[in-house]
Design a protein around this ligand. Sequence first.
Ligand code: FPP
Ligand code: MG
Length: 456
Amino acid sequence: MKRCTSALLQRTFSVQPVTRYRCRTYTVLAQRIEQIKTRPEPFPLQHEPLVKSRPDPYTIVAPELLHLRGSLLGLLGSAHPGLSEIARYYFLHPSKQLRSLVVLLFSRATNGLGGNWEQKRWGAEREASTGLSEELDRPLTLPDVLNNWHPSMPNDTASFETPFDLRPPGMHRVPDSPPPPATRNQSLPQLTSPPLLLPVQIRLAQIMEMIHIASLLHDDVIDSCTFEAEPPEGFGNKLSILGGDFLLGRASAALSRLGESEVVELVAGVISNLVEGEMMRMKCVRTPGLGQLEGPQSLEEAWSAYLKKTYLKTASLLAKSARAAVVLGGCREGEIWKDVAYAYGRNIGIAYQLVEDTLDYEAGSTNPMPGLATGPAIYASEEHSELLQLMRRNFGDQGDVELAIDYVRRSSGVERTRLLARTYANKARDVLRSLPDSDTKIALDVLTDHVVNRTW
Ligand code: FPP
Ligand code: MG
């Protein structure tokens, strides 16, 4: 499932305004959301079958998904048209939106349960009533990028000719009075009714998409290199790197406005995990201390490295996103909700990547590349022991990749990897049992089916 970013970015900016989304793989689900845009009513109630169908995860939060895509552009605006263009491309033409979906659904499935929920809700309502909520949506840059942290400076480059004058600090804002203590008169925690999402949770969904897309932009550059110390070449790679960095910058600024240090730590951890996962995946990583890393020497080592990489590169983002959503909803230490969210995200994330790795072996895919062996090849090595040799050198010799593809296609590796994905999806489903019943809980269950049955 190759994406097309760098090369197309290059065409977009250097030749003509090619709309890059033409060659983006749209999922059926993404199209469904596009269609909703043109409908006056958000839910297709007209043709409801007699047997009530299970709620669709995308439909249940469709208004929020539309809102978060729309408002992202304001958040991402940049003084440079190239960077704004990257942002527009990705966020107006999304594909799976899996990260946003998990954040929104987990927020909806748990809001009301946490000990600090009432305070969180009070805070959000108070901000809305006093106009403070605009603070969250304030553009992350002012029209003049040269003085956006010192608004009294003149809006021109000449202001850099004089030293930067300091002014005595003034009173910027009257401090907020503390929220009233949470009152709980029920013995069992209950979900909010009707379901409610906090603005900070919607913003978290946007932040996680930004980070995901930053990693895809950087991944395209890595994929286009040989890993053999060739520097990234060309305008496409440069713009991809800068675009990714820009998104990380914007995501960090938006993150700080959520006002929750636990969430900052979780999200920062996701970024380092992505990098660690990517390092593990590469054919060879040369470091001054470690030299060249070799591939796994046994089947056991291969599984261990593969699952670790899968967590770091894919599942960590989903696990920590879900956990962060629940933290923003007021769930406290000692309550089960944070762990439920993390476990669901981790299991569904591993299932997702296992399926992704099977798609690499489909006819026509050019994806299997030198690097750490994935599920299909590890399983296949039980049937074709010759594969172990190739795995030990991370498929680094001439012709290794082609040989490996052949062995995998003549084995049950792909089917067994799909079965393993199903096992992780079932674990995610089991975890949901701890949540109170709701349509969102069912939608999260349905999402596990989407992840393992997908062909996109
Ligand atoms: C796509 O997987 C790649 C990722 C999900 C992560 C890539 C991570 C980095 C490049 C580290 C840098 C991170 C940040 C936050 C800037 P894939 O290569 O299997 O998918 P593909 O087949 O579509 O290329
Ligand atoms: Mg890649």
